[in-house]
Design a protein around this ligand. Structure first.
Ligand code: COI
Length: 364
């Protein structure tokens, strides 16, 4: 079986990459998740060989047997992180080892092989280096999507014996269309995202599949995102369809729901907690009910709320809609605490603000 040290990456660059002028037009205003670079990285895992066949190669469709386990039992996990063009022309990643470790935790939960952190990072860096010309300028970045799926052709229900790990890259702008200042959320009463003992803390496709009906409902209600409450009591705010949530109060303190197995441990969530604490703010990881949210918004005790994640960065929540009625947070257009935390985070990511935490990893 190949050991981590022995795994070498073969490089087969694209024979006909996208021409520079076409690439420039594709990345000028890429939106989110629709434009892709020339290459991808793939690594296989088999019971006999372990991690093997690591390749940097042209991005192309996979060939899958119709009996591949992922198509039937959803053994799939993924990550999301970004490469940023820095002021000095270099390129950096933000806390990529966090993504590597969360990927390992997700793999364990989904009974999949655990990819060594060094191999995860190497795969990311290889792809960023070969496709660096795809990183958009300005506020854009290169969104990296590592993922792994079970490709053993077998219909019995047990962990598969073959997997593919891959990384693709997508030049992106703002996650929310038009780079909205504040988004609206739909408080879902009928659907749960995760339950105790389930896969809520893992970044697996199944969690997102389970959230889509509620997200579709949110869109029908004219909202940008769904917000879930807990599955047991249906009162405690947990997270949005694809991002964590924070609340900001009139005394300058912050609150975010505690991790506990049903909430995704976001890298940006953790970074915001650190930045806010460094500012001397009181930050609580505590349960917060939907009723309290409504009451605090009405009384003015709650001043701001925001969503955060790799894709969404930090985005204000202006309005909450639900079957019990709608309410607005503050003036409905965000606020200074959210703006300043976002500016700090983005400033560190882009190299404009000193990285005192050692979060930024230069790769070019
Ligand atoms: C991310 O922020 O990276 C995610 O995976 C969320 C998804 C909604 C794009």
């Amino acid at each position: 079986m190949t050991t981590e040290q022995e795994l070498s990456f073969s490089r087969r660059p694209h024979a006909a990459p996208v021409a520079a002028s076409e690439r420039a037009s594709r990345i000028a205003d890429p939106g989110f998740g629709r434009v892709f670079t020339d290459h991808m990285v793939t690594i296989r895992w088999t019971l006999d060989r372990g991690w093997c066949d690591a390749e940097v190669r042209a991005r192309e469709p996979f060939q899958l047997d119709p009996a591949s386990a992922v198509l039937h039992y959803a053994q799939e996990i993924f990550e999301g992180l970004k490469a940023y063009r820095m002021k000095d022309g270099g390129v950096a990643l933000f806390r990529p080892e966090r993504n590597a470790r969360r990927f390992q935790a997700s793999a364990e939960r989904l009974a999949m092989p655990v990819l060594p952190e060094s191999v995860f990072l190497r795969a990311i860096i290889e792809l960023v280096q070969i496709d660096a010309d795809w990183i958009p300028g300005g506020e854009g970045s290169l969104y990296l999507r590592p993922f792994m799926f079970a490709n053993e052709a077998f219909l019995g229900v047990r962990p598969a014996s073959e997997y593919v790990f891959a990384v693709i890259a997508s030049p992106v702008g703002a996650y929310f269309k038009g780079g909205k200042k504040a988004v609206s959320v739909w408080l879902s009463k009928d659907y749960s995202r995760a339950a105790p003992g389930g896969t809520g803390a893992a970044k697996c496709g199944g969690n997102y599949a389970a959230s889509l009906i509620a997200q579709a409902e949110a869109i029908r209600q004219g909202c940008d995102q769904v917000v879930f409450v807990d599955a047991a009591e249906r009162r405690w705010v947990e997270e949005l369809g694809g991002m964590n949530i924070f609340f900001v109060f009139d005394d300058g303190s912050l609150l975010t729901p505690p991790l506990g197995g049903t909430i995704l441990p976001g890298v940006i969530r953790d970074s915001v907690l650190t930045l806010a604490r460094r500012e001397g703010r009181i930050v609580r990881e505590e349960r917060y009910s939907a009723e309290q949210w409504r009451a605090d918004a009405a009384s003015g005790k709650l001043r701001e709320a925001f969503a955060c994640g790799t894709a969404a960065v930090v985005t204000s929540i202006g309005e909450v809609r639900s079957a019990d009625g709608d309410f607005t947070i503050g003036n409905g257009d965000g606020g200074p605490v959210t703006d300043s935390l976002k500016a700090k985070l983005v400033g560190i990511q882009r190299g404009d603000i000193a990285d005192n935490e050692g979060w930024v990893r230069k790769v070019i």
